[in-house]
Design a protein around this ligand. Structure first.
Ligand code: C5P
Length: 298
């Protein structure tokens, strides 16, 4: 499958946009071990792509820079789990489907690749099968696939609380020119949460912090990602990546999710693209991507 050729080859296609945690505060822990969070999340104009075609039997193929990495997962990937879960809910309507995943995002990298793929599978299959689930049922089903899947269904700027399922859109959030950077070392999300110190920094209330702000960069700047210190213990390159982004002109750098992807916010897309060219030269073996985030008003 040539890159970008999905739209011509498949009747139904979906974008699985990279998720970016502009801020992530850990505010507590549930009895079942899941952590309570307060997050400001946006989505990038880049990501994985999925295509859906009628088929004699359910089939699944992969392409893209990181397709081969996912091929070895023994069939446990979230696209197939999302397909099977939706089929259970839909019954006879759910005729066999060929799904193609163009895997452009690094795996286990804190930008929600797997969650975005699962959400895009749900969106795509509802269109493909000509059905929709009531909002509540879809929310419950998507949460079964992972804490980040409900917000990836939205794919627009939002604040998420609880374990990620309490979602509030943030239409005022502007678009940002950013660079995503990853040393291509996968991070285990449970391992990062396990390493969190029992006592966190005082949680910031993101909603009240952001309300009416004119200076988004400053407001985001005083927030944090509480998962960054434990992730840095596992992947020391995260510190180097932040320094490299800053040296190339990033106004603000931070890790996304449980890492190891960091983002840098730049003044313009031209500045972000120039930074990526330089960074590729410095570390050709790492992942760098210039992209614009979606604006809240989109
Ligand atoms: O829901 P998801 O599969 O993305 O979560 C992976 C793991 O990350 C969970 O099993 C849990 O250990 C940890 N986690 C957590 N609190 C969250 C989300 C995830 O502790 N809010």
């Amino acid at each position: 499958m040539p890159e970008g050729g999905l739209a011509e080859a498949f009747g139904v296609t979906e974008e699985a946009r990279a998720k970016i945690n502009l801020a992530l505060h850990v505010t507590g822990q549930r009895a079942d071990g899941y952590h309570l969070l307060d997050m400001l999340v946006t989505f990038a104009d880049c990501g994985d792509r999925l295509g859906f075609l009628p088929s004699q039997a359910d089939t699944f193929t992969l392409s893209g820079r990181f397709g081969e990495t996912l091929a070895d997962d023994g069939g446990t990937n979230l696209v197939l789990r999302a397909r099977d879960l939706l089929r259970e809910a839909v019954g006879a309507l759910a005729f066999p489907v060929h799904i193609h995943l163009q895997k452009n995002l690094p795996i286990a990298s804190g930008i929600g690749g797997g969650s975005a793929d699962a959400a895009a599978t749900l969106r795509g299959l509802m269109r493909f099968w000509g059905m929709s689930l009531p909002v509540e049922a879809l929310a419950t089903l998507s949460l079964k696939l992972g804490a980040d899947v409900p917000m990836c269904l939205e794919s627009r700027p939002l604040i998420a609380r609880g374990i990620g399922e309490q979602i509030e859109p943030v239409p005022e959030l502007p678009a940002f020119a950013i660079v995503l950077a990853n040393p291509l070392k996968g991070v285990s999300t449970p391992e990062v949460f396990r390493r969190l110190p029992a006592k966190n920094n005082p949680p910031l209330n993101l909603a009240s912090n952001l309300a009416g702000t004119a200076d988004w960069l400053a407001a985001i700047g005083i927030a944090r990602n509480d998962l960054e210190p434990p992730a840095r213990e596992l992947v020391p390159e995260i510190s180097a990546i932040s320094a490299m982004l800053q040296a190339r002109g990033a106004l603000l750098t931070r890790m996304s999710g449980s890492g190891a992807t960091c983002f840098g916010i730049f003044t313009t897309m031209a500045a972000a693209q120039e930074a990526v060219t330089t960074l590729h030269g410095e570390r050709p073996d790492w992942y760098f991507q210039a992209t614009e985030t979606v604006s809240g008003g989109a």
